[in-house]
Design a protein around this ligand. Structure first.
Ligand SMILES: CC(C)(COP(=O)(O)OP(=O)(O)OC[C@H]1O[C@@H](n2cnc3c(N)ncnc32)[C@H](O)[C@@H]1OP(=O)(O)O)[C@@H](O)C(=O)NCCC(=O)NCCS
Length: 441
């Protein structure tokens, strides 16, 4: 790979690195993931997320491992409403299988050979009795015995572990105040934990490619759907769906209702899909968003600096925008509005008031190339105009080298340098020779 390729890749990931740093992600995967040859690479990617400052809660399943143990003892499970009936003998298999899968995962996460991507990772894993469970009880006349459901999640202890820099590992098992052990669905543990923690993301690593599922057709080319849409789909077509689609959609809806803002379904077998989904614009799986602030326009905060820099630096390099060193950006931050999509800054603009002349400068209007042509700059202009009016300003001006017509088509007219406030004239850059555009408010 050429150096320039690497540098541009790192730069394009930067807004996502900033956006995800310090966030809580719950990642759930079935027991089959731990049996696949790609599992090692998946663990490397999980380790990388940890190194990039993501607070991770991992929830593993153990269904195939339980089945293997049952088969070895000639036991066959009965299922009611999709739930395994866990009698005492089955519970022994569950305990055995979960213990073994958990140790396998811990061992992989402990690898730190310098010759692997885990070199220097030093991941500390924490596990514990963090899930309180209760029995599901009797369904369709059948007592499900040691099959349980989540009653409570020990949020305080999980959070304390995450704050201490540990990866929290949860198994699909819970304990009751009466000292019993219950067999749980890993999906339910993940959903309940993500909701209780108010996690930023819940990620299901699925055994098959979710973008090829029937349900993906409803998510369109971009592979995205709002949780209310998912809920509608489940209500209207749930009975015609495969159990995979229905089960996953059910978890998505439960997570969304529980307050989790973003749920991703990603194929566990596709190399690097987790990283592509989280650190590139295109993503790699199906994405469900619960909030309307998946894309919002708001005043910039200090956390947006990295994202703004990543957005405007290529435009500065091409001469479309005036270079703004980081310190200046920090100083001027209160003047900036940003448009944020899934945590990444995709557009920005700024208003610099000149109250002595009743004028304001509209500056640094930039929209990420992937998101141009959908009226985003026009939305930002409207916001800046109303903010300028609120501040009692009468005119808005802009200096541009690359986009005069964009402004003219939005009511600006070409003006002269001496139409600008004196304070602005004195710092006009004659080398850039920008055109002056003016609009009455
Ligand atoms: C100019 C810019 C902010 C427009 O963003 P945007 O979100 O695509 O804008 P909108 O969707 O509101 O408007 C798109 C329309 O403007 C047009 N447009 C975009 N750039 C233009 C330009 N330089 N000159 C004339 N028209 C332009 C598009 O063709 C489109 O029109 P159409 O729908 O009739 O084809 C964006 O192209 C950008 O970031 N450019 C680089 C930075 C820059 O030059 N900023 C201005 C200086 S402060």
């Amino acid at each position: 790979m050429k150096h320039n390729d690497l540098i541009s890749i790192l730069r394009s990931c930067a807004p996502y690195v900033h956006a995800h740093h310090g966030r809580v992600f719950v990642i759930a995967f079935g027991g089959e993931a731990a049996q696949r040859p790609e599992f090692e690479r998946l663990v490397h990617d999980i380790a990388l997320l940890h190194s990039l400052g993501v607070k991770l809660v991992l929830v593993h399943g153990a269904r195939p491992q339980v089945d293997e143990r049952l088969a070895a003892r000639d036991l066959v499970s009965e299922y009611v409403e999709g739930l395994r009936v866990t009698d005492r003998a089955t519970l022994e298999c569950v305990k055995d299988a979960i213990g073994s899968v958990r140790m396998e995962i811990e061992a992989r996460l402990s690898t730190s050979l310098a010759s692997t991507p885990m070199g220097g990772a030093r991941i500390k894993v924490a596990t514990g009795n963090w899930i309180t469970a209760k029995p599901v009880g009797v369904r369709q006349g059948v007592d499900l015995q040691y099959t349980g459901e989540v009653r409570r999640v020990d949020v305080g202890t999980i959070r304390a572990n995450l704050e201490a820099g540990r990866v929290a590992l949860l198994s699909p098992i819970g304990y009751s105040p009466t000292g019993e052990i219950f067999n749980l669905r890993a999906e339910d543990v993940a959903t309940a934990t993500a909701a209780a923690l108010a996690a930023d993301k819940l990620i299901f690593l699925t055994p098959t490619d979710p973008t090829k599922w029937k349900l993906a057709a409803s998510a369109g080319d971009v592979g995205q759907m709002s949780v209310p849409e998912a809920e509608r789909l489940l209500a209207e077509r749930g009975d015609k769906m495969s159990s995979e689609d229905r089960g996953c959609l059910g978890s998505v809806v439960a997570a969304g209702r529980g307050g989790v803002k973003r749920v991703h379904l990603i194929h566990q077998g596709a190399d690097g899909a987790l990283l592509r989904e989280l650190y590139t614009r295109d993503g790699a799986g199906l994405f469900f968003f619960a909030d309307s602030d998946y894309e919002t326009t708001r005043p910039a905060t200090i956390e947006d600096i990295g994202g703004i820099m990543a957005l405007i630096q290529p435009l500065e390099a091409s001469g479309a925008l005036v270079p703004r060193p980081r310190e200046q950006l920090e100083q001027d931050l209160a003047n900036f509005q940003v448009m944020v999509r899934d945590g990444a800054v995709i557009a920005c603009s700024a208003l610099f008031p000149f109250p002595e002349a009743h004028m304001g400068e509209l500056a640094c209007v930039a929209v990420h190339p992937d998101y141009r042509g959908s009226g985003r700059a026009a939305v930002l202009l409207k916001r800046i105009e109303s903010e300028a009016r609120r501040q009692g300003l009468k005119k808005l001006f802009s200096l541009t080298t690359h986009a005069p017509h964009w402004f003219i088509e939005r009511g600006f007219v070409q003006a002269r340098l001496d139409d600008l406030p004196m304070r602005r004239q004195s710092i006009y850059n004659f080398q850039r020779n920008s055109l002056v555009l003016l609009k009455g408010l």
